[in-house]
Design a protein around this ligand. Structure first.
Ligand code: NAG
Ligand code: NAG
Ligand code: NAG
Ligand code: NAG
Ligand code: NAG
Ligand code: NAG
Ligand code: NAG
Length: 772
């Protein structure tokens, strides 16, 4: 959400009176009827899996409620608590209400909290344990502040559109990597009794036209429709949601966009069908802020709660029950799901004072519930460090070897001029599409994913500290595009960024001003190291091969310990172990039709259409299919040591598994047989260099009739010089299957599968085949 959501029309009121009668232009939603299959009624939550006792308590509670009280649980009220959304209390039953707040990289809109590494940095870390620990410590902060539910993590957008404005909030363009990391994040957060609102469900792949707008003639332009076929949604966009629900995710936030031309928050195929039937989801569905566009139809389509408030539900829900438009059991199911979530996470004992640490307005910000702690520090720092990806290191320019003079350039090296609740709350939300964040270092992107961290340790701060400690000298020029360079500099560090914010898609994958700073420094400095704080893909074609650019680091969005983390890497106190969670193209045009968002055009000028015609072929799947050489491949990243691969072993658990999973009672996450391990793969990785290092061993599978290869395993291991480690990959039935649209089931094809293990998607020294 952003605070400006209110400009969106809340009702599906179409006003086309000013449109000239042009035959071609579609002016009525009825044109699209039937695009999205009708799936009714909403399956009731059953208490499946480990939800039984929560459902029992929830049903007992709901049984005591009056109609008015029931209705009051289906939407937020204007928040007196400073929470992003608030479900009001029912005092006579001792229910204190529910506080929900932004967002996935740290608690927004309050003080005394940490600014964590963003989703894209966690994606670049490829580190399961770290994702879990980050979730745990972030969860402790939410809990202490009395926030029952974090509005995150993000797995949609997945990153289909290279210029997508919110891609940095999620982990990776790959559903497998994203799925594993979101699962660990959910487990960590929920271990602290905090609910997770997994977002945005589903197909929320661009910011352009995410909400309805009014054109200059007063006509409504509806939200963009993501038109996604059944196979693609299963194999790509639904995949990480499925993993998170399997891991226990308790809430789903439906998205702003339309899906096959029906708004995502009233799409019965998505909510009743995919989510509540196929994935057996037991929690509740909440709208993104202001994403309700229907009345009773939304409730019948599977929506449970509206935020921040509803203008169409309220007493209409009981009227609708009385006149037969809606069943009483639907209303009961809506609030049973809310209360079951509350009991499932033990919130009845933990969250007695919802929103206790949230200021009621930014100007009265100080309730001093301090949620930061010393014990979080190592995790904050490690998450920042492991999100750095070293992609160029000529002649071992890094780590630095006791430089005497360090020259620092670029607008991204220094800390922000202002850091208060208001400025960080609005961080970027006033920016336009063409703005780059050129007024200081970028540690997080803009919009609801930004927060106000306890401090920001900017790169220059950490460099100065180091100079104090080791007697080196520092020169700097943050403002010149063509700075003068002291010829005795041992190293020139150039800091640039690539800004992105919720609400807008990016304008370009690079900008000429930043490129000029790099090339101007490099022409006068033979040892130029470039650090890019990138909120998404940043192309570097104009200087990647420059002989004087000896090092390039994609630093991503490290959070408040950004400078400290970078220094660990520059000086070799930490060996870089991040790997790209997306593909960097040589040229933006290589992303083809997936470079830019869809725009309203032609006969669909009032109903913008985004056809996901490429199917599963996004990012590296597309580059592999089209034979395009990337600048830096998906999964790529350098270390200060080297690793050798050997000894690939592929072993089947069953000689001849069935083509479809055996039928089984649906649990949260779907048919549990999908997650049976069918194949185990192991390999040996040896550290052949001189220092300790973590390698991310990656396994890709070539599934018959599918992409050349798809990530289906990774194992991050710390190995001492000269030593070896065994890496293990467990392939489940779903990992090896394709979605069969006729059978409506995951199909394990008969045929030959290729197995690849190695360093990244284009460097796979070990290969084998597997036949079913
Ligand atoms: C969208 O339409 C396609 C057919 O074009 C269909 O396969 C798919 O199930 C639909 N999905 C939703 C959510 O409506
Ligand atoms: C429902 O919510 C409204 C608005 O906050 C409140 O005035 C009313 O008392 C609530 N009803 C009940 C029965 O609690
Ligand atoms: C009931 O629904 C109508 C039509 O959507 C809306 O105008 C009205 O405000 C709603 N009533 C309440 C109490 O929300
Ligand atoms: C029933 O009530 C709902 C909510 O007020 C309203 O939207 C709907 O039009 C009504 N339907 C009938 C058939 O009266
Ligand atoms: C940068 O700072 C200048 C001067 O304070 C201001 O005019 C400009 O809008 C800022 N730019 C961004 C992108 O925040
Ligand atoms: C690299 O830097 C050296 C030293 O400043 C300079 O003489 C040389 O021209 C630079 N090379 C390029 C390609 O700019
Ligand atoms: C990138 O591709 C575009 C379009 O094909 C082309 O105009 C441009 O020159 C290319 N840029 C580089 C650096 O090759």
């Amino acid at each position: 959400m952003v605070t400006s959501w209110g400009k969106a029309g809340l009702l599906l009121g179409l006003a086309f009176s000013n449109v000239a009668a042009t035959e071609d232009v579609i002016t009525s939603d009825t044109y699209f009827y039937g695009d999205s299959p009708a799936v009714y009624p909403t399956p009731e939550g059953t208490g499946a899996g480990d939800w039984a006792s929560a459902y029992k308590k929830a049903k007992a509670f709901v049984g005591k409620l009056s109609d008015d009280e029931k209705v009051n649980l289906t939407a937020g009220i204007s928040s007196k608590t400073g929470c992003s959304g608030y479900i009001q209390s029912i005092d006579r039953l001792g229910f204190p209400g529910i506080c929900v707040s932004d967002a996935g990289n740290g608690l927004r809109g309050t003080d005394y909290v940490n600014g964590w590494a963003s989703g894209i940095s966690v994606g670049a870390s490829w580190n399961r344990d770290l994702a879990n620990d980050r979730g745990t410590y972030m969860g402790k902060e939410y809990r202490k502040k009395g926030v029952n539910m974090i509005l995150g993590p993000v797995v949609g957008p997945l990153g289909r559109v290279a210029l997508g404005g919110r891609n940095w909030e999620g982990f990776s363009t790959d559903p497998y990597l994203s799925g594993i990391l979101v699962s660990e994040s959910v487990k960590g957060l929920q271990s602290q009794n905090v609910a997770t609102s997994l977002k945005h469900f589903i197909g929320n792949e661009q910011e352009t036209n995410r909400n309805p707008t009014t054109d200059s003639k007063g006509n409504t332009v509806q939200s963009v429709s993501s038109n996604i076929d059944d196979k693609t949604i299963h194999e790509l966009y639904l995949w990480p949601f499925q993993d998170a629900i399997l891991a226990g995710a308790t809430n789903i936030m439906c998205s702003y966009n339309r899906l096959n031309n029906s708004y995502a928050c009233q799409n019965s195929k998505a909510l009743n069908g995919l989510l509540k039937t196929e994935l057996g989801f037991q929690g509740y569905v909440v709208t993104d802020w202001g994403a309700q566009h229907a009345g009773i139809a939304g409730a019948n389509a599977g929506l449970d709660v509206v935020m921040p408030r509803s203008t169409t539900w309220n007493s209409n829900l009981t009227t609708a029950i009385a006149n037969g438009t809606m069943k009483a059991s639907r209303l009961d199911d809506m609030i049973t799901r809310v209360m079951a979530t509350w009991y499932y996470l033990g919130q009845d004992t933990v969250f007695t004072n919802p929103g206790v640490g949230m200021p009621s307005s930014a100007s009265a910000a100080h309730q001093a519930v301090i949620a930061t702690s010393q014990e979080a520090k190592p995790v904050l720092l490690q998450a920042a460090i492991e999100g750095h990806v070293l992609v160029k290191n000529t002649n071992k320019a890094l780590p630095l070897k006791s430089p005497k003079l360090i020259s620092v350039f670029g607008y991204d090296a220094y800390g922000p001029m202002t850091l208060d609740l208001v400025s960080s709350f609005n961080f970027g939300s006033t920016a336009t599409r063409s703005d780059l964040y050129k007024n200081g270092t970028q540690w997080v992107g803009g919009g609801s994913g930004a927060n106000s961290p306890a401090y920001v340790d900017a790169p220059i701060d950490a460099i100065q500290r180091r100079a104090y400690e080791d007697g080196s000298s520092v020169l700097w020029d943050f403002t010149s595009v063509n700075p003068s360079v002291d010829y005795t500099s041992d190293v020139c560090l150039v800091f640039i960024n690539a800004y992105a914010t919720e609400g807008f898609d990016r304008e370009a994958l690079s900008d000429s001003q930043s490129d000029s700073i790099v090339t101007n420094v490099a022409k006068n400095c033979a040892n130029t190291i470039v650090v890019v704080h990138n909120a998404g893909i940043r192309t570097v074609e104009s200087w990647a091969d420059h002989t004087n650019v000896t090092g390039i680091i994609y630093a991503h969005l490290p959070g408040q310990d950004t400078g400290r983390a970078l220094l660990e890497i520059l000086y070799g106190d930490s060996n870089p172990s991040g790997r790209l969670p997306y593909t960097v193209a040589k040229n933006g045009s290589n992303y083809g039709s997936l470079l830019e968002p869809a725009e309203p055009e032609g006969k669909f000028q009032y109903f913008p259409q985004s056809d996901f015609a490429e199917g599963v072929y996004i990012d590296y799947r597309a580059f592999d299919k089209d034979g395009i050489e990337p600048q830096y491949a998906f999964g790529y990243g350098l270390s200060y040591t080297t690793f050798d691969y050997s000894n690939l072993k592929v072993s089947k658990k069953l000689a001849s598994p069935s083509t479809y999973p055996a039928e089984a009672a649906i649990l949260p996450g779907g048919n549990p047989r999908l997650f049976d391990e069918l194949v185990t793969v192991t390999a040996t990785v040896k550290n052949t260099g001189g220092v300790d290092g973590k390698e991310v061993a990656q396994l890709y599978v070539g599934i018959p009739n599918g992409p050349v290869r798809q990530l289906r395993g990774f194992d991050k291991v710390l190995i001492k010089p000269g030593k070896s480690a065994t890496v293990t990959f467990r392939l489940t039935r779903r990992d090896l299957s394709t979605w069969d649209t006729i059978a409506q089931e995951w199909l394990l094809q008969r045929g030959t599968y290729k197995i690849y293990v190695g360093r990244n998607s284009r460097d796979l020294p070990l290969q084998a085949t597997l036949t079913f």
